[in-house]
Ligand binder design. Structure first.
Ligand SMILES: [Zn+2]
Length: 276
């Protein structure tokens, strides 16, 4: 979503490499567009739905009060999240819509509890939740518990693994998986990182645990950071599809794209999934 909003050309399939006028500014919150450019957010969802995505995620990764404070929207948590759900439903048609929940950026457990409860309440009516890019176990568990308590569909829990598959706070892969499962997650997995290769090993190990369905959503490679335009991702759709094949062969049940994956990438992977 962020890649496509920065590109400013929903549906063009050029989100990785081409920057157009009218796109989101690198310094701004993507969630602002739920309020100010809902038609652009809906168009991005529509492009992924047309590409064959079987679930979509709302533009709410940073829609908790502590994160929205970075762009002065902390008093509008309810509006930002509700607008995101509307835009996703409008663009998605019949495709299920899961709510994206990301880290708050705060170190304070009291803040997490309040922030996630507030966000989850505002996301009423979604088909489930993806707590993603988790960096520390305690905060991730706070988010998962809030989402489970909402009783609005399955909750997927996904962290960005360090080299050994562990969370960035040092929590081991197995301990993390068991903890998220015990808190009510329906699937666990890994997302973001440095491209498919960085997630494949951890995903294999999660499958081997045999606890639950495993999720993997790699970035379109390791980005090159450009000062003017933000990150530029270089993994092609064909390369992404080849990676999808490896993940499916490894036993991953839920595969998708994180940063830099355009509708072209998803279309390539979805074609492959249809044949699997
Ligand atoms: Zn990412």
């Amino acid at each position: 979503m962020g890649t496509m909003l920065l590109a400013g050309t929903p549906g063009s399939g050029e989100g990785c490499t081409t920057r157009h006028s009218g796109g989101l500014q690198v310094s701004d919150c993507p969630e602002r567009w739920n309020l100010e450019r809902p038609e652009a957010v809906a168009a991005v969802h529509a492009a992924y739905a047309a590409a064959g995505a079987r679930w979509l995620q709302t533009n709410t990764f940073g829609a908790t009060a502590p994160r929205l404070a970075r762009c002065g929207l902390e008093a509008q948590v309810a509006e930002v999240n509700a607008a995101a759900v509307r835009a996703a439903r409008e663009g998605a048609g019949p495709v299920p819509v899961l709510a994206s929940i990301g880290p708050t950026g705060s170190p304070d457990p009291e803040v997490w509890r309040f922030a996630y409860a507030e966000q989850v309440k505002a996301l009423a009516g979604v088909d489930g939740f993806v707590v993603e890019t988790i960096v520390r176990l305690d905060e991730g568990l706070a988010a998962v518990r809030a989402a489970v308590a909402a009783g609005s569909g399955p909750v997927l829990a996904s962290w960005t693994p360090a080299r050994g598959g562990e969370l960035l706070d040092g929590t081991g892969l197995e301990e993390a998986a068991v903890s998220f499962m015990e808190s009510g997650a329906a699937a666990v997995g890994v997302n973001c990182g440095e491209g498919p290769e960085s997630l494949l090993g951890p995903a294999r190990r999660l499958v081997a645990l045999g606890l639950c369905p495993v999720l993997a959503r790699p970035n379109a490679g390791l980005p090159r950071i450009e000062k003017e335009t933000g990150p530029v991702y270089t993994l092609t759709a064909q390369e992404f599809a080849r990676a999808a094949d490896e993940f499916f062969a490894a036993g991953v049940r839920l595969f998708g794209g994180c940063c830099g994956t355009t509708p072209e990438h998803i279309a390539a992977a979805a074609r492959l999934a249809s044949n699997a």
